[in-house]
Design a protein around this ligand. Sequence first.
Ligand code: CP3
Length: 341
Amino acid sequence: MADPLFLRACRREPVERTPVWLMRQAGRYLPEYRAVRERVDFLTLCRTPELVTEVTLQPIDRFGFDAAILFSDIFVPVTAMGVDVAFAPGPMIAAPIRDRRAVDALRVPDPDEALGFVGESIRMLRAALEPRGVPLIGFGGAPFTLACYLVEGQGSRHFTAFRTLASDDPALARVLLDRLAETMIAALRAQVAAGAQAIQLFDTWAGLLGATDWETWSRPWVERIFAALADLGVPRIYFASGAGHLTPRFRDLGADVVSVDWRTPLDEARAALGPEIAVQGNLDPVTLLGWWKTVRDRTDEVLAAAGGAPGHVFNLGHGILPATPIENVERLVAHVREATS
Ligand code: CP3
């Protein structure tokens, strides 16, 4: 059987039609996900391979997406570093990491020992996905974005705490980013060893940074992680939100695919990235809350901007919103299929 469409599109090989999956495709907009969450809390769900498998497959079996993404969170490996993280629903750090002692206390966990449930989930998922012909994406958080939460203690509009630490004590900020990068390299290599066929690195808050600060506080660690995955031969996807001003800088990051948010048209992203990087995206997730006719028109605009050249994976520009009507997702998938075959 030929390689799945998603993997071929990531490698910029020709495809019969554009593959489609959605960030956060397993989540609260699905009644069957909410039913599981009534029984278990979010972290218990992430740590139970049978349940991870069940919720990862929910959107695959309902909509027929062309890729599955491991159900987990960018903070799961961080819990194994010795950080107390709760979810409400976003991550809450019990003791924000703000000084030398807190940074020194962070462990770089051995994923086989501390994150065995992730490997087990991936093995179960691959066995279930193989007959469906659907590939599995593993993922992690980029050090800058993880550090934003760890130092702030929770989500924030500006994430001033990490950015102030970086300015006041750059050496300490670098030790923190190093520790996070080492953890992510081991965790992501373990995901691929267990069977993940592509890796997406989420640098959600990178767009907060000006170009010079992104070069200083995000790029070096992202480059290090992508370089450390190069020998595994799986597509490496970089996602940053609100990062249109940075897109030309993603050309030489080591990413094979750049996931573009809805603010930057895909033709502009392609021009900035050059012909050797595939693009993923980029319908505005808010569009899915409106009338189908608008969803269809905007989807056609995304497909037109992606153009006919190989190397496009259809997705949203950020995660699907909990209020999204299921019917719009069904029609979206059918429309992308029909319009591109
Ligand atoms: O895409 C998928 O279906 C895979 C699962 C996934 C989750 N989180 C599950 C989740 C992925 C890839 C993530 C990544 C993640 N987590 C990011 C980067 C991507 C992004 O969306 O920006 C970030 C910043 C986090 C941290 C995080 N975890 C936040 C901000 C939240 C609250 C989100 C919200 O929608 O309210 C979470 C919790 C979380 N992670 C949920 C899910 C399904 C909601 C948990 C629940 O209550 O059931």
